[in-house]
Design a protein around this ligand. Structure first.
Ligand SMILES: [Zn+2]
Ligand SMILES: [Zn+2]
Length: 279
């Protein structure tokens, strides 16, 4: 694994029910090629299709791990079909799945029972616990608050050091911020265009606070609701960055090299260093 790349592909950047039911943006979650160790994260509606349609295609049968932050539909509808792909149709006992306990054992579990026996390892997130996936790759969970379901943020670590952090759907809370300290890259689910206190979702004012506190080298916004799309995710990202921080709105199919933070868009082969585009 030493020289292999770590690349993140956005299989979808849509979030919330209205954005997704109309597919205003795709909703397949993330594919993280962790130095030749493929990981699917939050496989929402269309994840499998987006993998197969991606250029170059991402082969779901090569998946080593599937991570789920919480059991809402827009994060799990393709979970079962991906487990089937990862296990070669159920004939090859392999791969790891990490989910919140309520996604498997709670009311209305989202992972079929017959598939639970097909994978090599089924884990549930523990509060602030670290799970070793393979070699020096570890995922650390960050307990979050999100509309009555178990929900966890994830810090991806190599040799115990943070590589990048995912902040999924959550209520803003000062307490979890410090878990993301030292992440060079933050991927943030910013579903709302404006703060709405009764909704457990992040809005631009929260992302500003995060960025000012943690000062990551790059912040990528995703999981956009209808309001964000109406206002323009790029415009919002620019306002948050204020020319001081690199904040960008993700696009469907966008790919990020985690080591050098280069971004590649699906429709061009132009790699552009972020500092020249957003600073
Ligand atoms: Zn969501
Ligand atoms: Zn949710």
């Amino acid at each position: 694994m030493p020289n292999a790349k770590a690349c993140l592909t956005f299989l979808g950047t849509g979030g919330s029910r209205f954005s997704i039911m109309h597919q205003l943006r795709a909703s397949g979650g993330l594919w993280f090629d962790w130095r030749a160790f493929p990981v699917a994260i939050d496989p929402g509606p269309g994840a499998l299709v987006r993998m197969c349609q991606n250029q170059p295609s991402l082969d779901p049968t090569t998946l080593e791990v599937i991570l789920v932050t919480h059991k809402h539909l827009d994060h799990t509808t393709d979970l079962n079909v991906l487990v089937e792909a990862m296990t070669g149709g159920g004939f090859n006992k392999r791969g790891t799945v990490v989910v919140p306990a309520d996604a498997v054992y709670g009311f209305e579990p989202v992972l079929h029972k017959y598939l639970q026996k097909k994978m090599h390892r089924l884990e549930t997130w523990k509060n602030e616990g670290a799970i070793n996936l393979a070699g020096n790759r570890t995922v650390k969970s960050v307990p979050l608050t999100h509309h009555g379901v178990e929900c966890y943020g994830i810090v991806f670590q190599e040799n115990g050091s943070p590589l990048w952090g995912l902040i999924p759907d959550t209520r803003f809370d000062q307490e979890w911020i410090e878990h993301y300290r030292k992440c060079r890259l933050l991927v943030v689910n910013m579903t709302l265009a404006k703060e709405r206190s009764h909704l457990d979702h992040l809005s631009p004012v929260h992302v500003s606070r995060l960025v000012e506190t943690l000062e990551p080298e790059l912040t990528l916004l995703t999981h956009f609701g209808r309001g964000v799309l109406k206002e323009g995710p790029e415009k919002i990202a620019e306002n948050i960055g204020k020319g001081k921080f690199r904040v960008m709105a993700a696009r469907d199919g966008m790919r990020v090299d985690i080591d050098d933070l280069l971004i590649e868009f699906p429709d061009t082969n132009n790699k552009q260093p972020l500092c020249s585009t957003s600073l």
